[in-house]
Write a protein that binds this ligand. Structure first.
Ligand code: DGL
Length: 258
């Protein structure tokens, strides 16, 4: 049975890449809600509704578990929907928090994410609850998702935006930066340049795949990747290939959600 994965757009592909390296033989069905990206400036209720529709679609496709490869949807939908979904539902926050605690000491830790994720305080609360002495600073970075969706993952404009967003976190002398959005690993190069070598990056996409490795074992057969998009695939086709490699994707289809 395939593994279901979804995000608002291209961000979840960072999770797909990490999942494919953890489970190379697993079939993956990925939904990118490209007609409605971004999620990060929408209300909790709207994101919950979108997530419910995609989960219904993936369940009908026969997946045996679903990875919510979106921090925004994880913050707003995973706990609320878990009891009404027939397969295990994995969000990003829990594994991201666990990975952060492994490297953070007493911090300070910076967390970047969409306005919705940072507004929810999901990472900050979970980190402080697990380690009350930890200093945590959240920073919403809403322009980063559109930059990634446009393929602007490097260059002077992207660097200037990131530099501006990280100013206050750098003033706090953070030792660790949590990438609390699955789009952000696309920007790792620029983030590392701006932060310098002393700040560790916690990639919530890799942390999620790692946490599943424990629960999934290594049983699996030859894996295919099918991608379902809610808008025309045209502009995404080449970007998906350049990120995941040629020949990795079995099909890209446009879908209508239930
Ligand atoms: N990549 C998603 C996240 O991790 C959603 C970003 C967005 O659509 O705003 O939050």
């Amino acid at each position: 049975m395939p593994l279901g994965v979804f995000d608002s757009g291209m961000g979840g592909l960072t999770v797909v890449r990490a999942l494919r390296s953890a489970f190379p033989r697993r079939d993956i069905f990925y939904v990118g809600d490209t007609a409605r990206v971004p999620y990060g400036n929408k209300s909790a209720e709207t994101v919950l509704g979108y997530s419910r529709e995609i989960i219904t679609f993936l369940e009908a496709k026969g997946v045996d578990r679903i990875v919510v490869a979106c921090n925004t949807a994880s913050a707003f939908a995973v706990e609320k929907l878990r009891s009404s979904v027939n397969v295990p539902l994995h969000g990003m926050i829990e594994s991201g928090v666990a990975a952060t605690l492994r490297v953070a000491g007493d911090g300070p830790v910076g967390v970047i994410g969409t306005s919705a994720t940072i507004g929810s305080g999901a990472y900050e609360k979970a980190l402080r609850q697990a380690r009350p002495s930890l200093k945590v600073f959240g920073q919403a970075t809403p322009l980063l998702v559109p930059l990634v969706e446009e393929g602007w993952v490097e260059g002077e404009v992207t660097e200037a935006v990131i530099r501006k967003y990280l100013e206050s976190l750098l003033r706090e002398k953070i030792k660790v930066l949590v990438l609390g959005c699955t789009h952000y690993p696309h920007l790792k190069g620029v983030l590392a340049k701006v932060l310098g070598p002393k700040v560790k990056l916690v990639d919530s996409s890799e942390a999620c795949a790692e946490s599943l490795r424990d629960s999934q074992g290594a049983k699996l057969e030859e894996g295919k990747l099918r991608i379902f998009l809610t808008d025309e695939p045209g502009p995404y086709q080449s970007r998906v290939e350049s990120f995941l490699g040629a020949g990795v994707v079995s099909s890209i289809e446009k879908i209508r959600l239930p």
